[in-house]
Design a protein around this ligand. Sequence first.
Ligand code: LMR
Length: 397
Amino acid sequence: MIFENIKSAPKDPILGLTSEFNNDNNKKKVNLSVGVYQDNNGVTPTFESVLNAEKILLDKNYSKSYKPIDGDQEFLSESIKLVLGDSIYNNNLSFGLNTPGGTGALKLVSEFLVKFSPKSSVWFSNPTWANHRPIFESSGFSTKEYKYLNFEKNNVDFPSMISSINNIPDGDIIVIHGCCHNPTGADLSSDEWTELSKIINKKNIITICDFAYQGLGSGIDEDAEGIRILSKNLDDLFICSSYSKNFGLYSERVGCLIYTNSRNRNTDNLLSQLKKTARTIYSNPPAHGSDIVREILQDDNLRVMWESELKILRERIQTMRISLDSNLKELKCSKDFSYIVNQKGMFSFTGLSEKDVEKLKKDYSIYIVNSGRVNIAGITTNNVHYIAESINKVTSY
Ligand code: LMR
């Protein structure tokens, strides 16, 4: 009886498109929806550094017994150093919990905060990742949005962002994208990060940074600049980091919830409560992905190999940004897409309308997210012209 009345859930706005794509028989089809890196042959490669780390792990023959609730301490300290840099790592009081992916970190902090601050609203940038609101709403929070993008120019409208953050009531929660903003690719400058941190610091709001693309924008340390500015200037900061994209460990579900504070504020009690919360969601984290990350970050040779592999990804994405823009210019596309070149990370917010997106799917088998977000990492030298031609056609109707 109960089950007979359950209605079908809507398709996931991002992951749902991949199943449609898989069922499409058009040979020219292109999947630019989900944020997964593909090389110039359209393949999502496993990093050599990851394969090497896996061989080492096989030889070490670790037990498959449970990890601690918060995860492996060596993985956690490597993770905190990677995100915060050595100097903040040494000066601030920080701890981490190894989570199942970045989504697991977001869910963990959401379930933790709802216990202690259930009346807070959670504020997201407009626009934001399609899964942000559902994660926090399903914990019981109400959600709101602060201004972020100038939808005409496709860059950050910083004055509007600041004035809308200034209006966030005390005790509320703000979610900020640490780099490579998803879905827009439009990031803050260093000066803007500093100003933002000062504004937040004056207010009594809880800050969460979603940090899923470190190394895919401008560099490993460069992409962490904003987070490091925040963690220096704020009393407390939660960071949800992910190793899906920058280590290509999507299916291993490996991420980290990091908490950092610049004063000694009840850290042990917080950690104990977060562990209690994790225990009721997933009990303790999966081991394989975090073991790989730890091996790579602790081994000088593997680390150099990983950094150079990540650089290849970053540079290929940038090359495809330039190539898409120049193809569109050569076709004399009526719409100017120059901003694509300056956006950071995997995504570009193209400003294509829902109608354009629908046409691209129906007539050209090009799959992009309804909001007009394009995964630039799915573009290759073979398909870039086809994509540009199709965009040119749908925008000139
Ligand atoms: C995306 O935004 O495409 C990725 O973060 C994958 C996901 O889980 O949505």
